[in-house]
Design a protein around this ligand. Structure first.
Ligand code: 5RP
Length: 219
């Protein structure tokens, strides 16, 4: 099974958590795109979706699923999203697709976060994947200097603007032994909108697709 087939297997496994009449929080990325395709088969049995990005919102609407603003939705029973890296503690790096801020908001509004990945993304220590940090444009250099001070090597994601009109710094070479503390530390830097560490509010359940099928990891 290639990586895309594994992503699809993880995405289809998440359908098990979708209940009749649910309003479903939907993340962003190629794994989630498989989930949206699967969800389309059940579009008449859910009440709609709250999306973490403009890209996913477009796909959801194209699939015939109503997209509702989070402000009109209240708390969500379920959020399904992918990740760039995950540990067995269900701490995540997200934001490879640039949607980290809205993903963090939808995750915070959700009672149950099911994360779907292929097994190449399961790691013992986060940080091999460069950590995305969304930054207000005028603070880019300032935040970059502070991130160097924390031991990282920030790289400006050239030519990319987030759905919120901001820029992204991808921080290389961080060995993230204490993700909860680092998430707070980076999140408090002036000019940072959000950091792609999902540790304080990590996933509640991880579906990991590999050659032998889909494994479930829980907190
Ligand atoms: C987007 C994300 C994605 O969940 C993450 O990048 C994984 O993407 P993919 O499923 O394409 O591998 O955080 O901001």
């Amino acid at each position: 099974m290639d990586a895309d087939a594994r992503k699809k297997a993880a995405a289809r496994a998440a359908l098990e958590f979708v209940e009749e009449g649910m309003l479903v929080g939907v993340g962003t990325g190629s794994t989630v795109n498989h989930f949206i395709a699967a969800l389309a088969e059940r579009r008449h049995r859910i009440s709609g979706a709250v999306s973490s990005s403009d890209a996913s919102a477009r796909l959801l609407r194209a699939a015939g699923i109503e997209v509702i603003e989070l402000n009109d939705a209240g708390d969500l029973p379920l959020y399904v999203d992918g990740a760039d890296e995950a540990t067995r503690h269900l701490h995540l790096i997200k934001g490879g697709g640039g949607a980290l801020t809205r993903e963090k908001i939808v995750a915070a509004a959700s009672r149950h976060f099911v994360c779907i990945i292929d097994d190449s993304k399961l790691v013992s220590v986060l940080g091999r994947f460069p950590l995305p940090v969304e930054v207000i444009p005028m603070a880019r250099s300032l935040v970059a200097r502070k991130l160097v001070g924390l031991g990282g090597q920030p790289v400006y994601r050239e030519g990319y603007t987030t759905d919120n009109g901001n820029v992204i710094l991808d921080v290389h070479n961080l060995k993230i032994n204490d993700p909860v503390t680092l998430e707070a530390e980076i999140g408090l830097l002036a000019g940072v909108v959000s950091v792609g560490l999902f540790a304080r509010r990590g996933a509640d359940l991880l579906l990991v697709a590999g050659a032998d099928g889909v494994q479930t990891l829980k907190r």
